[in-house]
Design a protein around this ligand. Structure first.
Ligand SMILES: NC(=O)c1ccc[n+]([C@@H]2O[C@H](COP(=O)([O-])OP(=O)(O)OC[C@H]3O[C@@H](n4cnc5c(N)ncnc54)[C@H](OP(=O)(O)O)[C@@H]3O)[C@@H](O)[C@H]2O)c1
Ligand SMILES: *[C@@H]1O[C@H](CO)[C@@H](O)[C@H](O)[C@H]1NC(C)=O
Ligand SMILES: *[C@@H]1O[C@H](CO)[C@@H](O)[C@H](O)[C@H]1NC(C)=O
Ligand SMILES: *[C@@H]1O[C@H](CO)[C@@H](O)[C@H](O)[C@H]1NC(C)=O
Ligand SMILES: CC(=O)N[C@H]1CO[C@H](CO)[C@@H](O)[C@@H]1O
Length: 357
């Protein structure tokens, strides 16, 4: 039954988009590329949905240990999956820092948590807009002045699709919000992460990527998609870049013998506002989405697992889905591509030594 709904919804979306595109005034090459991406996304998405359905119940009961004394920083903790991550971390007695664009919405999240009667933990909210390198630097300075140790960094904030847009720094907005902004944030906070880690209890960097990385590639000649913008290709590129970076950073930390573990993950296909404005939301009936997608609470589980589970202590550098270590795509292992992207990102940001200044 679920298989049938997934196939039907996917087919309708591909058809409708193909028809719409044929009537648009885009060049035929662009139309073919968009349709190709649409088909591949539907295949990858359907596979991920099935995986979630098969594995989801097991992980609703995933064991998440307490985190008393730990400080966790999450980007985008005031909406979507992030809210549920914050709530569960506070329940586990963690001190949570939320970086988000609207500080009062972050504070509202904390009020709601206290109103639910959860007395443990704490939440502090600071302004962060990943679409502004200046904002990221101010945010990091603020955090560094208040905290000497950060045990968990959760790079969660993200943006999907949408019309072509460049940030104030001149980068395609998904590339900067999902990848480059987190690259800079991780660079700036690495000293505090290193300070918090211990030999047998490493600090952790958790990158919320996506199964969409499977269809991604890195286009160094046109990283901002100025020549031909395909929103889904740009999203996939940004999510692949996160995983490449995770893997590279893992090697770097190992070389330095630094007590920092890194994980990247796919949270599942989750019913959040991330899909607002997509054809999926416009065409698929609400009941089908509720039946097939994870709730934000379920989407938070793998992130919490990566943040706190003892079982992962010796598994830095892995990619998780449904609390399960999974192989990412072949490209993610390419050390050539990892190195190239790492050097390229450093040069874009004017960073000489990563994590040191
Ligand atoms: N939902 C899914 O099915 C799915 C699947 C795979 C991966 N993911 C990934 O999971 C993560 C969370 O997604 P979600 O589903 O919770 O999406 P969501 O409900 O749309 O929330 C997105 C979050 O990102 C923040 N954000 C966006 N742009 C930002 C910016 N410029 N600066 C700071 N924060 C910004 C938002 O904060 P504001 O409140 O300031 O807007 C919000 O907290 C994303 O990385 C997404 O790619 C989601
Ligand atoms: C910020 O969040 C608060 C609380 O959720 C909300 O009332 C307000 O409208 C938001 N402001 C903006 C500019 O979105
Ligand atoms: C996570 O990805 C960001 C880019 O999105 C990168 O800057 C950061 O170093 C990565 N961290 C890890 C541990 O992979
Ligand atoms: C991780 O590896 C160390 C060193 O080999 C070992 O002492 C420790 O018990 C391992 N931890 C877990 C949770 O497996
Ligand atoms: C923490 C936990 O229980 N994770 C489980 C999620 O589902 C997979 C697949 O069944 C299990 O192998 C994991 O152990």
């Amino acid at each position: 039954m679920e298989l049938f709904i997934i196939a039907a919804v996917g087919l309708v979306i591909v058809l409708v988009i193909s028809i719409l595109l044929l009537f648009s005034d885009k060049p035929i090459k662009h139309i073919i590329a968009e349709i190709k991406y649409e088909i591949i996304y539907n295949v990858v998405g359907s596979k991920a949905l099935l995986e979630d359905i098969v594995l989801r119940e097991k992980n609703d009961s995933a064991e998440i240990p307490m985190g008393k004394g730990k400080v966790a920083l999450i980007t985008g903790g005031a909406r979507g999956i992030g809210v549920e991550v914050v709530k569960k971390l506070v329940e586990r007695d963690v001190h949570v820092i939320i970086g988000c664009r609207n500080v009062s919405s972050g504070e509202k999240v904390f009020q709601d948590i206290r109103q639910e009667g959860i007395e443990k933990g704490d939440v502090k909210v600071f302004p962060l807009d990943l679409a502004s390198l200046q904002s990221i630097k101010s945010f990091a300075n603020m955090i560094k002045s208040k905290y000497s140790k950060i045990h968990i960094l959760i790079n969660n904030a993200g943006k999907m699709f949408g019309p072509y847009m460049e940030t104030e720094d001149g980068f395609e907005s998904q590339f900067q919000t999902n990848y480059l902004g987190h690259f800079l944030l991780t660079h700036l906070l690495l000293p505090e992460l290193k300070a918090a880690g211990e030999e047998n209890s490493k600090s952790r960097i958790v990158n919320v990527s996506s199964c969409a990385h499977l269809v991604g590639d890195i286009d160094f000649d046109d990283i901002n998609f100025r020549k031909q913008y395909i929103a889904s290709a740009a999203y996939a590129q940004s999510k692949l870049a996160q995983i490449l970076f995770s893997n590279h950073l893992h090697s770097l930390m190992k070389q330095e013998n630094a007590p920092v573990a890194v994980y990247s993950l796919h949270p599942g296909i989750v019913d959040t506002e991330l899909f607002d404005g997509t054809y999926l939301k416009k065409l698929a009936p609400g009941w089908a989405i509720r039946m097939l997608f994870k709730t934000p609470q379920q989407g938070a589980v793998t992130i919490l697992y990566a943040s706190l589970s003892h079982k992962l202590e010796n598994h830095s550098g892995t990619y998780l889905s449904n609390c399960h270590i999974m192989p990412p795509c072949e490209l993610a292992y390419s050390t050539n591509l990892q190195d190239k992207l790492f050097e390229y990102s450093k040069s874009l940001l004017g960073i000489k030594l990563f994590g040191k200044e």
